[in-house]
Design a protein around this ligand. Sequence first.
Ligand SMILES: [Zn+2]
Length: 509
Amino acid sequence: MKDKVYIFDTTLRDGEQSPGASMGINEKLKVALQLEKLGVDIIEAGFAVSSPVQFDAIQLIAQEVKNAVIASLARAVEKDIDAAAQALKYAQRKRIHTFIATSPIHREFKLKKTKEEILKQAVYAIQYAKQYTDDVEFSAEDATRTELDYLVEVVTAAIDAGAKTINIPDTVGYTVPSEFTKIIRTLKEKVPNINQAVLSVHCHNDLGLAVANSLAAIEAGARQVEVSVNGIGERAGNAAMEEIVMALELRKDIFGVETGIVTQEIYKTSRLIVSVTGIQVQPNKAIVGKNAFSHEAGIHQDGVLKERRTYEIMKPEQIGRTHSEIVLGRHSGKHGLQARLKELGYTIQGDDFEKVFQKFTEVADKKKAVYDDELIAIVSECLSIDMPEMLFLEHVQIMSGSNALPTATVELKKNNRIIREAAIGNGPVDAIYKAINRIAGISPELEDYGISSISIGQDAMGEAMVSLKYEGKVYSGHGSSTDVLVASAKAYLNAMNKILYLERKKEEK
Ligand SMILES: [Zn+2]
């Protein structure tokens, strides 16, 4: 059997730290269930101690996900480890991921601690976490800027203390492949008990090298790689899951390793992350970008028509993309829809399917062709989990024009009750948002607003994205519709529901 590289997905933790990517608890669950289908080995579901939403999301994911290991991040302090353990209580397989910074700059300015103190704290945290689970991962934060002999010392002590996975993060995206190779090789050579743990890497993309550095580390012997879908994450992001997985898959001749990823689920996962975070993928992005399989130059097109492999190193089908773009129309019916959903990898039945079908008919009535990406957006919108405090859009009506005051009438549903409000605004979108504020009883600040089209053509579905600021925190939301004003209303409600969830949590306390 070939060597296995474990895929540790941190889309829900590090990925969510991307500005504006905050997800609601139901959205996180949806992502986790898709990650499980994708076949990731470990899902880092959040940072339990950091907020009630994080805690609740980890708890819910721990209950629902059956195969993947569920991890929570925790600083190397008792309070964090206790919270992680509590959130993970019901997980079938759980991991506590504890970390402390080891580099001189973090020791001196952030932690104000000596090398000895940090080493002691790391060992204590690992031992403390071991009372909850045998599966403890330790990260030496900012490892790539840590003195190599000190790093060897810390890693040796961490394994002695019982850490089963040792993670070497390039926290600030500073290393380069040749240097990282040297770090991993040195650890393999100089840490006497290195074979008792899995060596892991976690790379950031500040110099655009996250994937290259991760692959270099795997060649040098790392056997776990920490990634995020579409490469989202702090600042310039994390190593992109799809790029690493496909490089390992296509270049087995170089790497000689396997992953447990079902590559046909990659594209669907990528689209789900776009839809729950509102963060679009750049068109020329490797593997999952809009243009990743488009051939523009005549010579290339000619070559591809004669033999695809002339200019294509992989088939779009390998990652679950299809060549046929137009899919369904008004007359497709339930059978057509079910068949297409199946081709896209969805098994949706019963009430859920009825919901999707109803939404699909509404969209198909308004436009001739429904494209795959639009279908995926419909599915992800329909299959959300209801919470009692949530507001749903029933109806929106706008009056505006060059001589009229923009006026919106909004009807929302909450707990099966219809609530109606009207408001005047500076423009139609502003009027809608003011009417929603009246119903919700709070007025968050609109920080950012944008609209883009999901597919092509004049009648394409629009996707709206908003960022709301409320009590110092930013909440993002997104929504799609064939009508941009309806999409704008949905996006606003999506962000508003995240705020309302937190408000209810505060009241419960
Ligand atoms: Zn990170």
